[in-house]
Design a protein around this ligand. Structure first.
Ligand code: GSH
Length: 334
């Protein structure tokens, strides 16, 4: 597979994007990047006919994948020479999934986001505040965040404690006692790595390496492993929005076309079939940005729809977990 086949749309300080950047580095998978502004609008994604606003977005060939949970699964399927990062054992896979769910679904990320120091220049920008109010559906308020801070710190300390006293308690290097960092490490490390790297986010006294020595040593080990892995591969090529869209729309599809599962609950309830125009949107954050496209396939793992992009069309994949699919009409014009 050539370097050009994978494009990551992201911005550097996105902790979600790091999950993918780290994964690609640890497996030595070459990719290109298309750097995005930290807030809307994102015309580079509009070129692909995509309204989804969350970062990162990953394309492999002419397939575009939304949400890091689906992106990691797709990357894990790549038969790239470096070993895969997920475990092949059921109980360990369960732990990987539970760690993913802990960070993404159970509020660890949103707690961390609310702990960002409100004097960060970006957080002081009224345009950014308005953008994030639209993203979360909750009015941004620096005073509100300050008031909630003690409870939020208590919540976030729970993540440190869990890691220190259970997963890392026996002094292992990596969560699943692997030779190097695995998927379970990525799933567990990213929220704490993010917060530890932002001065002022966490009070030094209660969150010091003296209080959580194993967690801090593991974060450092993980960071060193990623830095070493990055040295072994070429820097990603940075593409403009035009270049990225051209590359993607001129590529072949990466995934074989699937079908619409007639017994799926949503398919049955809405009478969906291949070719219908559907809207697809996340159910948690960024829900106000709905995509529309022609339904290609839908099964228990993903919904795939085709959007009109500049210079062609692309197939967009969203995971079923955390996404809503609705019929927009059989004859609707895109
Ligand atoms: N569940 C999504 C969440 C992604 C997410 O919330 N990303 C943040 C950036 S770290 C975001 O999109 N923030 C709003 C924005 O950048 O527009 C995923 O796993 O990809």
């Amino acid at each position: 597979m050539a370097t050009e086949d994978i494009v990551l749309y992201h911005y550097f300080y996105s902790p979600y994007a790091r999950r993918i950047v780290w994964y690609l580095a640890l497996r030595g998978i070459p990719y290109s990047q298309c750097l995005q502004p930290p807030m809307m609008p994102r015309p580079d994604l509009a070129r692909l006919g995509i309204a989804y606003r969350r970062i990162p977005i990953l394309s492999i060939g002419r397939d575009v994948y939304l949400d890091t949970r689906l992106q990691l699964r797709k990357l894990e399927e790549l038969p790239w020479p470096a070993p895969k990062l997920a475990s092949s054992k059921g109980d360990e896979q369960a732990l990987e999934r539970l760690l993913e769910s802990l960070a993404v679904d159970s509020g660890v990320f949103s707690t961390a986001a609310a702990l960002l120091p409100t004097d960060l220049p970006l957080l002081q920008d009224p345009a950014f505040q308005k953008d994030r109010s639209d993203f979360t559906g909750v009015e941004f308020s620096a005073e509100g965040l300050q008031r909630a801070r003690p409870e939020l710190l208590r919540e976030f300390a729970g993540m440190f404690e869990l890691l220190e006293t259970t997963l890392l308690a026996d002094g292992r290097d990596w969560v699943l006692k692997t030779e190097g960092p695995g998927l379970a490490d990525i799933e567990a490390v990213w929220p704490v790595h993010w917060m530890v790297g932002i001065p002022g986010a966490l009070p030094v006294k209660q969150f010091s390496p003296a209080v959580y020595p194993k967690v801090y040593a593991w974060i450092k080990r993980f960071n060193d492993a990623v830095v070493a892995a990055k040295k072994n591969m070429a820097e990603p090529r940075t593409l403009s929005g035009e270049e990225a869209a051209e590359l993607i729309t001129k590529s072949a599809f990466h995934d074989a076309q699937g079908s619409v599962d007639a017994e799926d609950f949503v398919v049955e309830a809405q009478g969906l079939k291949n070719g219908d125009v559907v809207t697809v949107s996340p159910t948690d954050t960024g829900a106000s940005k709905k995509d529309a496209g022609r339904l290609v396939s839908m099964d228990k793992n993903e919904v795939v729809f085709e959007t009109k992009a500049e210079g062609g069309s692309v197939r967009v994949h969203a995971p079923r977990h955390g996404f809503r699919v609705r019929m927009r009409g059989t004859s609707a014009v895109l």
